[in-house]
Design a protein around this ligand. Sequence first.
Ligand SMILES: Nc1ncnc2c1ncn2[C@@H]1O[C@H](COP(=O)(O)OP(=O)(O)OP(=O)(O)O)[C@@H](O)[C@H]1O
Length: 801
Amino acid sequence: MSRQEIEGEQRYVARLYRRLDELREREAGRLETALSQAGTGHQALLERDVAAARHRAGISRLDSAENGLCFGRLDLLDGGRRYVGRLGIPGEDADGEPLLIDWRAPAARPFYTATGISPQGVRRRRHIRTSGRTVTGVQDELLGPDGGDGALVGEAALLAALSADRTGRMGDIVETVQAEQDRVIRSPHAGVLVVQGGPGTGKTAVALHRAAYLLYTHRERLARSVVLVVGPSPVFLRYVGEVLPSLGETSVLLSTVGELYPGVTAGGEEPPGTAEVKGRAVMAEVVAAAVRDRQHVPEGGLEAVHGRETVRLGRAECLRALERARATGLPHNRARPVFVRLVVDALARRVAEELTESVLGVLGDDGEPFAEPAPVPGEDLDAELLGEEEIEGIRRELAADAGVRAAVDAMWPSLTPQRLLADLYASPGRLASAAPRLAPAERALLERAPGSRWTPADVPLLDEAAELLGEDDRAARAAAEAERRERTALAQEALDTAHGSRSTDLEAGEEAEMLTAHDLLDAGLLAERHEEGDHRTPAERAAADRTWAFGHVVVDEAQELSAMDWRLLMRRCPGRSMTLVGDVDQAGARSGAASWGEALAPHVGDRWRLERLEVNYRTPAEIAEVAAGVLAALGTAAEPPRPVRSTGVRPWHLRVSPEELPCRLGELAAKEAVAVGEGRLAVIVPGARLAELGRAVAAAVPGAETGRDVRLEGTVAVLDVARAKGLEFDSVLLVGPEEIAAASPRGLNDLYVALTRATRRLGVVHTGELPGALARLVPYGEHGECGGHGEHGEHGGHGER
Ligand SMILES: Nc1ncnc2c1ncn2[C@@H]1O[C@H](COP(=O)(O)OP(=O)(O)OP(=O)(O)O)[C@@H](O)[C@H]1O
C-alpha cells in the first residue's frame, strides 16, 4: 500500500480524533455545569440527575472508542465513501454527512457482508489498522466483477487477529466480523434464537456482539430492562467481561446461573451425580410436593392451650380450611393468612358455641352436647347470647395467643425457600414423601446435613421454591406502588423538561449517535433510581432483584443447562427474547441438553429459530484434525467446523509412567511457557487430580495459577475441563485423556472441549493407553517445532477443505 494512501488515512483519522476530543470536552463541560446547578427540592434534583446521567454515559461511550476508533472504509460504486468505526461521529456541519458510522448502523452492514457476487453498492472495502491514534497500515479488497469473492471478509486482518497472542481476556471482533456471524448478530430481537456451532466458531464473540447490537438498536427499552448474559463459570465471565464495556455498553449483567439468586452465594461443591438429580425436570414436582407436605393437619386436628382452657378444632374442619386456602391458588406464604383466618374463625365459633352451651346448660348428663348436627364454621351458629362483636373479640384473642399461633404454624408454617430446601435435604422421610418418583439411591444423593453450603444446582431449586412460597408482602407492595406512581409523574416532568431543552447540534445526520436522556432513561427508571439513596445502575438493580424481567437474555454454553436451570432463566425473561449459543457436542454436565428441541420444548414448544456457525476461527487445521477424531468417536452426525488456518506444528502425545507424571509435567509446562512467550498456556487435567498436578506445575513454573478461583492473570493456568469451558489459550497441555474420557458418561465430550481450547499448540500427556480417538497425534519429538513461538504465517485457506 502506498505511503500516500496511509498518509491520507492518517489525516482523516486525526480529524476523527480531534472531533472525538471536542465531543468529549463538550460532554465534560456539560456534566460539570449540570452538577454545579444549584437547586433544592425533588424536581431540581431529578433534573440534575437526568442531565448528569446523560453526560456521564456520553463520556464513557466516547472513552470506550478511543482504541481502534476507525477501522474501515467503504468506497461505493456511486463515488460515495463511508468510514466505519466503533461509534457514530457526526460531522462538524450539523446538516452534513457523518464523519464516522457506528459498526451497528445499517449503513455499515456492507462492510461485513458485501462480496464480489453481492457487492451491495460497494466497490472497495478497506481495513485500516491503527496503533493508538496512528495509522499503521491499510488493506484493500476490490469487489465487483474483478475480484474480492473470498469466503472470508478482510482475510488478512482476520488472520492477523486470530494468530495474535492471547491475553487471558477476550477482545471484541468489530473489525473482522464475518458474514455468517453478522447475520446472527443482526437477527431480530424478538423470540428465541439458537446458535449452534462447533468449538471456536465464534459463538461467544457473536453472542456478545449481538448484545451490543440489540442495545444500540433498542436502546430505550433495553437500557432500562438490562440484557442478562449467562456463562458457565465465574472464570469464563471474567474472561469475556471486558468485551461489552469495550464496545461502550454497560446495561448488561454477566452472571452464572448459580449467581442468580440474590442473597445466596452458591459456593458449595457436590458430586456430579447429585447435581444431575437436582437438575432434572422432576425436581419441580419435588419442590411443589415439599411445599404441599408442609401444609399438614395432624391426626387429632388442632389442639391448643388458650389461657387456662384447651381449645380444639376437629381434623375435618382443619382440612376444610386447608383446602379452601389452597383453592385460592396463592403461593404458600400468601395463602397462609387465608388459612390462619379460616382456622381462627372456626375456632372462635367453636369457643363461642361452647361458651353458650355451658351458659345455657345444654350439656347432657355425660357432659357432651346433645347429638345435634355439628356446627359448620362460617354459618350463623353463634347462639343468640354472643353477638358478632364478642365473637370478633374472641377471634382477636385467639389470633394473638401464642399457643394457638404455634398450633397453626405447625399446620401451615411461614417458610423461606432456604428453610424449605434445607429441611427437605435433612430428612429422608420428607424426601421420600416429596420425591416418590426418584429411586431410593437418587434420593440418598440429595440428603445433606442442615447448614451445608448451597451449590449452583441448588439455585434453580431455591428459585422454584421462592415462586411457590411467595412472600406475604401485600401491604408493602400497595404502599410501594402508590409511591412509585408519584415518583414516575415527577420524573416524567423532569425528563420532558430536559428533552425539550436538549442541544440538537450533536444529532446531525442519520448516524448521529450521541445519547439523549430519553435514550438512557425513561420516567420509570429515573423514578426508581430516585428512591431515597438508591442510585444503582439498572444492571445493579437487576442483580439484586430475583423477580427482575430482563429485556433480553443471552446464554453462552447453553448446552450445559439443566431442565431446572432453563425454568429459572425462562422466569427471568417473560418476553422470551433470548439468544442461546452452544454446542450440544460439548455438553459435559450430565444434566445438560441432548438436543435443543428437547431443552426448549417445555418452554417455547417449537417456536425458536436456529442459526449455524460452521467456520472454526480458533484451532488451526492440525489440532482440528485431532478433535475431529474425537467428534467421530462421539458418534454424532455433526460435521466438525472448518478451520481457517494452519500453523505447521503438529499436536503431539507423550506417554509417561504414573510415578514420573508430576515431575515430567512440570518440565513440559515450563518448556511450553517459554514457547508461548507473551501468550497463554493452559494445563488441563482430570478434575480429581487438579490439586495434585496444580502443585506440580506451580513448583516448576512460578506464578502458575491453579485451584478453584483461577483469574487468568498469569501466563500459565492449571484447570479442569469444567473451568476451561469457553476459554482459549495459545497452547494447551492436556493430561490424562484416558481418565477424562472415562470420568463420566460425557467424558468424550469433555475430551473434545479440552482439545479445542488451543489457538496454536497442543500436547497430550498420558499414563495409560492413548485413546483410539487420539490416533492422529504424533509422538513427542516428531511434531515439528518449526518456528516455535510466532509461527503464525501459513494458513490453510478457507476453501481448501
Ligand atoms: N470474526 C472474527 N474475527 C476475529 N476473531 C474472531 C472472529 N470470530 C471468532 N473469533 C475469535 O475466535 C476465537 C473463538 O471464538 P469464540 O470463543 O467466540 O468461539 P466459541 O464458538 O464460543 O467456542 P467454544 O464453543 O469452543 O467456546 C476467539 O478468539 C474469537 O475472538
